[in-house]
Write a protein that binds this ligand. Structure first.
Ligand SMILES: C[S@@+](CC[C@H](N)C(=O)[O-])C[C@H]1O[C@@H](n2cnc3c(N)ncnc32)[C@H](O)[C@@H]1O
Length: 302
């Protein structure tokens, strides 16, 4: 296994069940402590290396075709030390409510096999683990090794704090949402939180979700809503630019969060997401607006 900075291809078998092996890399010989100092982004949209390509705020190459994936993987590795804290602060804890709704909509039930794609630090995977219980199984997949490390540590801490809880153990897998390393029809329910907007190929990610679900299985895809309501859109823009970016900047991560607004504006709206889900073969697809229309959840049934 290579370190997260130097690996170019991800493999799906690098994370042991419930624990994630620490990486050591011949190129940088670094070993990562649990809480890492935040490293200031070395690149930003002010770079002129992509001449002729539309420049948008955010990390370099985050929107350049063919380079988004690697750029965004690095971005999520960088923000992982403060990701949970910022989520709580910036949503006033509301993201926990929206994630609970997504798990309900995915229909995860005791004894089932559930998957959380783009699991990040594991919020949705851990909720799925409680929903399916010890008789079930949960897999959390992400391509950012640092996020997975946090997810694994959080699961261990939660188990130590409440050993009586009857949650499933989570298998943390490093891999690509665009090429899920699982057989067809391996899962009864799936979630994806704030991931679809970040993948390089949205229809492919939806098709992969569908492929790994059993017939009748549901995927709940939670993300920011690209609202067509001018008032909601303005309020969302204001909150992102006046609250979220300054808060992130106080951690040295302004550039990393500045990409949110353009990524939301480029994200298919609810109707478009429903159409995309049907195009890749989901039997039904409904998009729900939540959080005063600023968030959305696509619920697609195979
Ligand atoms: C905004 S975070 C969301 C994390 C978590 N689901 C949550 O709701 O808190 C997006 C996550 O998607 C992951 N991601 C983005 N593109 C991916 C891809 N192609 N394959 C796997 N993970 C990806 C990132 O590494 C990051 O952890």
């Amino acid at each position: 296994m290579q370190c997260s900075q130097h690996r170019t291809a991800v493999s799906h078998d690098t994370v042991a069940r419930g624990t994630l092996r620490r990486t050591s890399c011949t190129q940088c010989s670094s070993s990562r402590p649990r809480r890492r100092p935040v490293v200031q982004a070395t690149s930003s949209s002010s770079s002129s290396s992509n001449q002729g390509v539309e420049e948008l705020p955010g990390p370099r190459n985050a929107f350049v075709p063919g380079q988004e994936s690697e750029s965004r993987r690095q971005l999520f590795n960088r923000i992982s030390p403060v990701y949970d804290e910022l989520n709580d602060r910036l949503s006033l804890g509301q993201h926990r409510v929206w994630k609970r709704m997504a798990v309900k909509w995915a229909g995860a039930a005791p004894g089932q096999r559930a998957l959380d794609v783009c699991c990040g630090s594991g919020d949705l995977a851990l909720l799925l683990a409680a929903a399916v219980g010890q008789g079930g199984s949960v897999t959390g997949l992400d391509f950012a090794a640092d996020m997975l490390q946090d997810a694994s540590s959080r699961e261990a801490a939660a188990t130590a704090d409440a050993p009586w809880q009857r949650s499933a153990k989570v298998t943390w897998v490093q891999g690509d949402a665009l090429e899920l390393p699982f057989d067809d029809a391996s899962f009864d329910a799936a979630t994806m939180g704030y991931g679809l907007r970040n993948v390089a190929d949205i229809p492919k990610a939806l098709a992969e979700l569908r492929r790994v679900l059993v017939p009748g299985g549901k995927a709940a895809v939670l993300d920011f809503n690209n609202s067509s309501q001018p008032l909601v859109d303005s309020l969302q823009g204001l909150l992102l630019e006046q609250v979220v970016v300054p808060a992130a900047a106080s951690y040295g991560l302004g550039d990393e969060y500045r990409y949110l607004r353009p990524s939301i504006k480029r994200f298919p709206n609810g109707r478009e997401q429903e159409a995309l889900a049907r195009q890749v073969g989901f039997r039904s697809a409904v998009h729900y607006e939540i959080g005063f229309g600023m968030m959305g959840c696509l619920v697609a049934t195979k």
